[in-house]
Structures are given as C-alpha cells and as structure tokens.
Design a binder for this molecule. Structure first.
Ligand code: URP
Ligand code: ZN
Ligand code: ZN
Length: 550
C-alpha cells in the first residue's frame, strides 16, 4: 500500500490492478493521519521531496516508477496538474513523499518506466493522395497513436499545385480539430510564386510553422521542381525555418516506372525496381548540396538506404546541419515483401521509398546508434485493401503508404532496446526528444520536467504483445507487422495530464488534442545563422577600370 500525503493529510491508496491506480482520498478514521500543516509554497516548488501543487484542476501522480529521459534514468515520482508536469521528485529525497491534491488519481508505476510520450514527426492522416483519401482520420489516427504511447504527431499540409498555402493550411487545421492528442504541421511547398513566398512568412510568423516539406518525387503531382526547391530553401533561410525533403529523384522514378510497365512488370514487384536506392541517394545528395550552398539546415524524411545515409554522413562529418529520420518499418521489414504471391499483401507494402534489401537495416540501426540518424517516424499513411486495389492492373496506381503509428514505440523498444542496440535513454531520444529539439518544441514536449506538457507514457519493458490488424486501433485492414511479437508496451498514456490509454483501454476524446505552435530559429538554426553571417560575401572596393575596352 502506498502512502501519499496532502499538505494536511496522509492519504492511503489501494492499487486496483496489477499496475494499479487509485484515487487519493481522505483516509478513514483510525488510519494514520498526519495533522502537520505545511506553509504554502510556490507552484511546483520542491523542498526535500515535498511538492505542493497549485490548487484545483485535474491531477495525476505517478509513483514508484523509473523516469527515463534522453539524458538518464532516475527513481522519481511525477506529479501532473492541469495538463502540465508540476514536479518530478526523486524518491528518497525526503521523508514526506509526494504531496498531491485530494482526489488526484494515483498511478502505481512500480517496475515500470515513465517516459516522455512519443512524438511521431511524420504522419499523413486523412491525406488526399493518388486519387483517394487515407483511411485513417485525425481522430482514429491519434487515438491509435495514444494506444501505442505516442502523444504528439507532426502531420503534413500538402497543397495541390497552385493551391494557396494558407488556404490548404486552414483546411488541414479543420480536419485535425478532431485529434485526440496534440498535433502540429509541416507545410509542403509544391509550387512557387510570390504568394507562396509571402505565405511561408505568414505561416512561420503567425501560425507556428517552422518546417517546410519538399517532395522531390511524385512527378506530375506534388513534386517540386528545382526552382521551387531552391527558392523555398532560400526563403527558409530568411525565416529561420527548416526545409525537409522526401528524397527520391522523381524524373528517374517516372522513367523507370514506364520501363517496368512497358516490360510487362505491372505488379507491386515493379515498385522497388522503379525506385532503387541510388534514386534516393542521388536526391538526398542533391538536396544536401543545395542546402549547403544556401546555408540552411536540412531534415531528410524516411531515410531508407545506404546511399542516402552516405550522403548524410558526408554532410555531417563536413559540419553541415543535416538531420535524418528513419521509419520503424524500414528498420525491420525488407523488400522480399514485394515478391509475395498474394497481390494484396505485396500491394500493402507499396510505400515510398520502398522497403530495401535487408543489409540496409543494419546500416540504419547503426545510423541511429551513432547519432547520424536522429529521429524515428512512421509516415503513417493508411490505405485499405480496396483502396490499394486501384492499382490492381498497374503498380503506379497503387496508393503509396503504410500504417504504423500505433506500433513504432514497441517495435523500436523490441528491436532496439531488447537487442542491446539502444539504451532506454537513446530510445527516448529517437522516439521523442530529438524530434522535439529539431522542430523546436523542447522542453514543452519530449521532456519529463516541471513545466512540460504532461505527455507521458508509463511503459512496461517486459510485457509482450503480438501485433495484428485484428486487434490494432488503426483504421486499416492490414498491419505490416502482422504476427510480430514485441516486448515493451505502454500501460498508461497521458496526453496533457489526461489518461487516454489505461491498461489496455483506450479512452481518447475527439477534439481533445491541441495544435502545437513551433517557433522558428531552434538553437541549431542560430548557429547556422551565425555561420552564414560570418560568411557574408564582401564586395572588393577598387578604382574603376580606366583602360581600353576592345
Ligand atoms: O509512400 C508514402 N510514403 N506515402 C506518403 C507520402 C510520402 O511520400 O511521404
Ligand atoms: Zn515521402
Ligand atoms: Zn510521408
């Protein structure tokens, strides 16, 4: 039995489940009641392990767990009040335990880990794409995310060519209002004119957008040409925003797709054949070099192969601010899926970049281990079997995308921490904190510190589950991890202090998620800006030429 103290009264709690929770209530007469009165302290102030939360609001206290952050582990209790972390108190810091408001929910995290909720920096909920709309909407998708321990997504506003950026942004904001956990937006730049230039300024100044996406693939759709890419990168430079790229040479893909189709290879096996790793490596290198010339940092989404990683490595070793993301899917699934005899199984793996020969997985893991790759994402973009079927006769028409927002954390724990590739702190870094830092929402997100949003996952590192479309919460009739047993699962997920996933029960609320503003000029951008200012080209003052001119 736990003993939790209010400022005036000792409360007793009876765990109700194996990883139990209880409500702090006044102890019945006859039990040990401390009549000590303590002086009022500042909100969240800490003295020898004693916390006095501000009055009112919902409160949750997580006791007995090990708090794991990107920089270490400690035995500590976490108090959440009004959606924020009010205090993190090391156990053993004092005799008084944790002071909580009466009525607070108490989560017993004995034997469990308390970590920042996951941040998935790459999702596409209800995306209109390739003639259809992704089946997962912002409510179902963010609910599935919460079931897997992810408490914040960064999705993409993708304007159609010539569509006004602000108009597209507001459309996506409308769709996303149903989100169950917090969300933010990268905005894609798919075309260029003065209005795009101006809208990028408005979005970054007034709407908390600090990242702009560029598709180097998907010719005749959302692919941006070189002029757009260069002008948008330069605009990011002016704004202190970060350009991000989907790196595949779209012209090469287009030509190779045609070749495959003309050769009669019309099934999903043509998908990886038309997008070999060199196509990604070439585009990654090109984007990196353009960013270098223009003096902007760069973020590569879904880095999937050795060729792209080589380009990232060269740039980083050369001192360039280049960040790379890897999808959980690419870490554990290889390209043999495209040769599966069942068309729909193979089609369900059609995503870009495609799954790669197995040897790439080892390199991607090493990238994560060494810090060359900083973030993990899912590119969650769900299409059900009948949607994939649009490409039954022509692989080019299979809507590109796979799901996974629910499974990323467990897949990373299972294949990363359980295999000894990552420490628990590195797991936190690559599933949450690094994304928060790169996209400038740290420590509001990605941290377990007083003042941060109470986006937390209480994690059982030993529990297992078998992933299946039959039991997942994602709105798609397929799961790329079907049958995979994973070790390490969430027991509780808290979104802004509200328990939205509770021992297997999903209690998300439509519309409870909030939009997260992301200001420009993250700290790494400031150093880039300084470097740029030191390298400002200087004119040479000289006397005008006065000799003969031929
Ligand atoms: O296949 C994918 N990845 N679909 C979503 C759009 C993108 O390229 O990110
Ligand atoms: Zn992409
Ligand atoms: Zn994507």
């Amino acid at each position: 039995m736990l003993a939790v103290h209010t400022s005036a009264t000792t409360l007793r709690l009876s765990p109700c489940r194996s990883h139990g929770t209880a409500t702090a209530s006044r102890a019945p007469l006859g039990l040990d009641i401390s009549q000590r009165r303590r002086p009022q302290r500042r909100v969240g102030s800490r003295t020898a392990g004693v916390i006095v939360p501000r009055a009112g609001g919902d409160a949750v206290v997580i006791t007995g767990g090990t708090v794991v952050t990107h920089d270490g582990e400690r035995a500590a209790d976490v108090l959440c009040v009004d959606g924020r972390i009010a205090a993190v108190v090391d156990r053993g810091a004092g005799p008084a335990g944790v002071d909580v408001p009466a009525g607070a929910r108490v989560i017993d995290a004995d034997g469990l880990l308390v970590m920042p909720g996951g941040i998935d920096p790459h999702t596409h909920m209800e995306l209109p794409f390739m003639g259809t709309v992704a089946s997962e909407d912002f409510f179902t998708g963010t609910s599935a995310a919460a079931a897997g321990g992810t408490t914040c997504i960064i999705d993409f506003v993708i304007p159609a060519p010539r569509q006004n950026l602000l108009e597209a942004y507001h459309t996506w904001r409308g769709w996303a209002a149903k989100s169950a956990v917090d969300y933010s937006f990268h905005v894609a730049v798919t075309w260029w004119d003065q209005s795009v230039h101006d809208d990028m300024g408005t979005l970054s100044r007034d709407f908390g957008v600090n990242s702009f996406k560029h598709f180097m693939a998907y010719k005749n759709a959302i692919m941006c040409d070189d002029e757009t890419l260069v002008k948008s990168f330069a605009r990011c430079n002016e704004l202190g925003a970060i350009p991000t790229v989907h790196a595949e040479n779209g012209e090469l893909v287009f030509q190779l797709q045609q070749q495959m189709f003309d050769a009669g290879i019309t099934g999903p096996e043509a998908h990886p054949l038309s997008r070999p790793p060199e196509v990604e490596g070439e585009a990654a290198n090109s984007a990196i070099r353009i960013a270098e010339v223009l003096g902007v940092p760069l973020y590569l989404v879904h880095t999937s192969c050795e060729q792209a990683l080589e380009a990232v490595t060269r740039a980083r070793v050369g001192g360039q601010r280049v960040f790379a993301e890897v999808l959980a899917q690419h870490l554990v699934i290889d390209d043999s899926v495209y040769r599966h005899p069942d068309w729909s199984f193979a089609a369900h793996h059609v995503m870009s970049p495609p799954f790669r020969p197995k040897e790439n997985q080892k390199l991607l893991w090493r990238g994560l281990q060494s810090g060359l790759i900083q973030t993990t994402a899912t590119d969650h973009c769900c299409f059900c079997t009948n949607q994939k079927a649009a490409g039954a006769e022509d692989f080019r028409k299979i809507p590109n995308g796979t799901g996974g927002v629910e499974d990323r954390m467990s897949v990373l724990w299972s294949h990363g921490v359980e295999t000894g590739k990552l420490t628990p702190s590195e797991f936190v870094a690559v599933t949450s904190t690094n994304a928060a830092k790169i996209f400038n929402i740290f420590p509001q997100k990605g941290a377990v510190v007083a003042g941060a949003d109470a986006d937390l996952v209480v994690w059982d590192p030993r529990a297992t589950r078998v992933i299946s479309a039959a039991t997942h919460h994602q709105n798609i009739d397929f799961n790329v991890y079907e049958g995979m047993e994973v070790t390490g699962i969430p027991v509780f997920t808290l979104s802004r202090g509200v328990v939205v996933y509770d021992n297997g029960e999903l209690n998300t609320v439509r519309g409870a998620g909030r939009y997260v503003d992301r200001p420009c000029y993250p700290s790494y951008w400031k150093s880039q800006a300084r470097r740029n200012s030191l390298a400002t080209p200087e004119k040479v003052e000289r006397a005008p030429y006065s000799g003969p001119v031929a």
